[in-house]
Write a protein that binds this ligand. Sequence first.
Ligand code: FFO
Ligand code: ATP
Length: 219
Amino acid sequence: MNEDQLTHQPSVKLAKHELRTALKRKRNHIDADQRKQDAKQACRRAAQLLEELRHEQGRPLTVCAYMPFGPELDIIPLMEACLSSGDQLYIPRTLQDTHTLEWVGWNMSTPFKSGVFGIREPADEAEAVPIHHIMNNTNIVLVPGLGFDRTGGRLGMGAGYYDRFLSLWESAKPIDKPRLLSIIYNEQLVVRVPVEPHDAMIDILVTPSQVIPIKKAGF
Ligand SMILES: Nc1nc2c(c(=O)[nH]1)N(C=O)[C@@H](CNc1ccc(C(=O)N[C@@H](CCC(=O)O)C(=O)O)cc1)CN2
Ligand SMILES: Nc1ncnc2c1ncn2[C@@H]1O[C@H](COP(=O)(O)OP(=O)(O)OP(=O)(O)O)[C@@H](O)[C@H]1O
């Protein structure tokens, strides 16, 4: 986006753009040792939480995950722990024509290609599952993003892929909706993220130091 385009954006778009830039910079500044330690601790916390949910449900979980890229917190140890517990995992393939995500089963032998920004995505020969299967079976969506707040507000990469995907459940009953979980560095937790009506709100944040269940109005 150039400056001229920016001046024509409503203020919330501008606020999002500015916060994205600041948060990318902040995340890039976390040093390598800290990243490793943070990922280990956050994954351990998230694995405990998922174990509780598995126990509650009495069977393994179905989880929509993603392949972390660049400076994102490394959630692979969590995904591996899920596999070991018998969960079904899916990862997204980005369809740029339609700005949508499709979902492919993930295990240690899933073939990869390099997608946008070099994100590891399932290779084209790995078949996507029908979206209604994802909608009917998913218990947990691990949602990536740049910034989050304690009301569940989330700032993503700005292409709307996850908002579009998560809006598929909009008319579902609360009981049929998956829990939205984001696993993040402490540095990604901010006082307020600017939100628009289409933004999906996160249910639980996990940082290296805490699990933050979001209290929602009406619950
Ligand atoms: N690890 C991880 N995987 C992820 C996401 C993420 O945030 N993290 N995504 C979270 O959403 C999706 C991919 N996110 C994207 C975000 C922006 C653009 C985008 O701006 N695309 C431009 C072209 C950009 C380029 O080629 O440089 C476009 O579509 O016009 C594409 C994908 C799916 N997978
Ligand atoms: N449910 C939806 N249906 C159609 N368009 C949508 C939907 N959700 C978001 N969009 C569009 O996607 C664009 C990017 O939205 P936004 O800036 O909120 O992205 P983001 O949440 O940061 O990105 P992402 O969800 O990919 O991580 C906006 O132009 C928005 O109108």
